[in-house]
Design a protein around this ligand. Structure first.
Ligand SMILES: [Zn+2]
Length: 278
């Protein structure tokens, strides 16, 4: 559970328990029958407790977990393999969720060549849950051979963009040397040929030509990104899965954006009114 969620839960518990607690103390502490003074005292206690609860909620909403005033967005994030989204844009997904937006994850293959096919789809769901994705759909297109099914992937992605009425589409970069990542990039571009906001994220296999122009501040979301990547236990041991590597990339992209930690994206198209505040 992330810090804002813990504080929110604590606030609700305190607010929800203060009124009945005060009411009970006022009601049962003292002699019966109730006098007019005690009835007034019970009322005052309850109003006081309610005021404290409301104050806690206002403090929480205003300073601890502010949500944007803008309209909620719907995001479709597409990855070739079960761990791609967590590695590339996990911080952005968690931030979008905490800001009140919907994120739908599409995973094109179960990753049966790169790992244990019986575990990896479940790990994609676990990772998505940690980030707060609204849904995770794992397709069973053939791992390492996604190029052979580009048309079918295009149809699946096109249907998802339409079904979720996506405001933003996140996908692999064209500057990526993994053949599956490149195939998903091309399929997304075809599926989203009429879409106004497509951003390409940074996988560990991007080439030196990857050049992000859009940055998302993930200063508060590096830890949850590391946790979500760790959910992919089947892939543990690969050098790019370590917390150090993830923090290092976030720090490097942060330095490019003149902030502490960031994720970088190459825009295919970027209509500002679709993207809103990232
Ligand atoms: Zn991948």
């Amino acid at each position: 559970m992330r810090e804002p969620e813990k504080v929110r839960l604590l606030t609700y518990l305190l607010s929800g328990s203060l009124v009945p607690a005060n009411f009970a103390v006022a009601l049962f502490h003292g002699d019966w029958p109730l006098t007019t003074d005690r009835v007034c005292a019970i009322g005052l206690f309850s109003v006081d407790a309610l005021a404290v609860g409301l104050l806690l909620l206002v403090v929480h909403q205003r300073w601890i977990d502010p949500r944007p005033a803008g309209q909620p967005r719907r995001i479709v994030a597409i990855g070739a393999h079960p761990d791609d989204l967590e590695l590339a844009c996990g911080g952005t997904i968690a931030k979008l969720h905490d800001s009140g937006h919907e994120v739908h994850a599409l995973v094109m293959s179960g990753g049966e060549v790169g790992g244990d096919a019986s575990r990896r789809p479940g790990e994609a769901v676990s990772g998505g849950k940690l980030l707060g994705t609204t849904s995770v759909t794992v397709h069973d297109f053939p791992d390492t051979r996604l190029r052979d099914v580009e048309l079918e992937m295009t149809q699946v992605i096109e249907a998802a963009i339409r079904r979720y009425n996506a405001d933003i589409v996140l996908t692999h970069s064209g500057n990526d040397q993994h053949q599956d990542h490149h195939a998903v990039h091309l399929a997304t571009l075809r599926a989203g040929r009429q879409h106004p906001a497509i951003l390409c994220y940074e996988s560990p296999s991007v080439t030196s030509d990857f050049s992000p122009q859009v940055f998302v501040d993930i200063g508060d979301y590096v830890d949850v990104k590391v946790s979500a990547v760790s959910a992919h236990r089947d892939q543990a041991g690969k050098p790019y899965m370590t917390g150090d590597r993830i923090r290092g990339i976030a720090s490097f992209r942060g330095s490019q954006a003149k902030i502490a930690h960031a994720e970088g994206f190459e825009p295919v198209r970027l209509l500002c009114s679709s993207v809103g505040d990232l």
